[in-house]
Design a binder for this molecule. Structure first.
Ligand SMILES: NC(=O)c1ccc[n+]([C@@H]2O[C@H](COP(=O)([O-])OP(=O)(O)OC[C@H]3O[C@@H](n4cnc5c(N)ncnc54)[C@H](O)[C@@H]3O)[C@@H](O)[C@H]2O)c1
Length: 271
């Protein structure tokens, strides 16, 4: 169980009959794992993807535990992987109602030290490709399978809006992800597909471990948010339930902050 909630929320089948693609599960601490569990509790059917067999070995037992319809190798930096994934999904489902994009990657050297020096052309290209372009690639690939009323959700962070030490090029990629969310929402709105993002406060996960100073940031953050605490994976899962269910039928292009209020703080006295 997570630190903010005493028991899993049960909404009586909010996602019943929905078919969801879950990307981005690396382990039990992954935000995508909490989302998958919440969707499963609410009656959704799930397909999981992972990049490469090393990750697959970790994801498979988790996904099987939730009765996954398919568990597919999909490195989002490869068009062929995305095409194969869609073809494999078509073997088990004739439609997709939800795509969860919970993918972020930057080479470790990019997340330490001076932005100017750390952000080489190669690092820029890799980070933008995997962390931002992939949302557009997945949206385009799954669009023909997504009926009106379906939705896409991704995970972003405050470092897209303001400078956060050491977040560096990931902040730029998240800014691109957030802008892409709006452009996709406008474009795919014609097909009745909604596109939103959850801007999560800092959470200790595998991806976050790569950011220098994360531990100190977590403890400082917990003292400074309006709610004087950090968020956790379950908070993101609850927001995803809202955005991907019919509760948010008229919500699109939105960046929903799930951050205990962190983003509203300017200069406040901590007294
Ligand atoms: N943890 C935080 O503090 C935090 C805060 C805000 C937003 N986010 C975002 O949440 C999302 C999920 O991250 P997380 O914190 O749960 O960490 P995580 O390490 O559990 O998940 C990151 C996932 O990205 C996947 N990935 C990386 N490269 C990939 C590729 N080429 N193809 C396909 N998948 C790839 C990894 O396999 C992994 O499952 C990311 O977008 C992250 O930026 C995290």
């Amino acid at each position: 169980m997570t630190e903010n909630q005493d028991s899993p929320l049960s909404l009586g089948g909010l996602m019943k009959g929905k078919r969801a693609i879950i990307t981005g599960v690396a382990n039990e601490r992954s935000i995508a794992w909490a989302i998958a569990q919440a969707f499963h509790r609410e009656g959704a059917e799930l397909v999981f993807t992972y990049p490469g067999e090393a990750m697959g070995a970790r994801v498979r037992p988790l996904a099987e535990g939730l009765g996954a319809k398919a568990i597919l190798d999909c490195d989002v930096s490869k068009d062929a992987d995305i095409e194969r994934t869609v073809a494999d999904v078509k073997k088990v489902w004739d439609r997709v109602d939800v795509v969860v994009h919970a993918i972020g990657y930057a080479p470790r050297s990019a997340l330490d030290g001076r932005f100017t020096d750390a952000t080489t052309r190669e690092i820029w290209q890799i980070t933008m490709d995997v962390s931002a372009y992939s949302l557009i690639a997945l949206a385009r690939a799954f669009k023909p399978m997504m009926p009106p009323g379906s939705s896409i959700v991704s995970l972003t962070y405050y470092g897209a809006e303001k400078v956060v030490s050491n977040y560096n090029v990931m902040g730029v990629a998240k800014a691109a992800l957030e802008a892409s969310t709006r452009y996709l929402a406008e474009d795919l709105g014609k097909d009745g597909i909604r596109v939103n993002a959850i801007s999560a406060g800092p959470i200790k996960t595998l991806a976050a471990a790569g950011i220098k100073g994360m531990r100190a940031m977590l403890s400082e953050n917990a003292e400074r948010t309006p709610l004087r605490r950090n968020v956790d994976q379950e908070d993101c899962a609850r927001a995803a339930l809202y955005l991907c269910s019919d509760l948010a039928a008229n919500v699109t292009g939105e960046i929903l902050h799930v951050d205990a209020g962190q983003n509203i703080v300017g200069v406040v006295s901590m007294g």
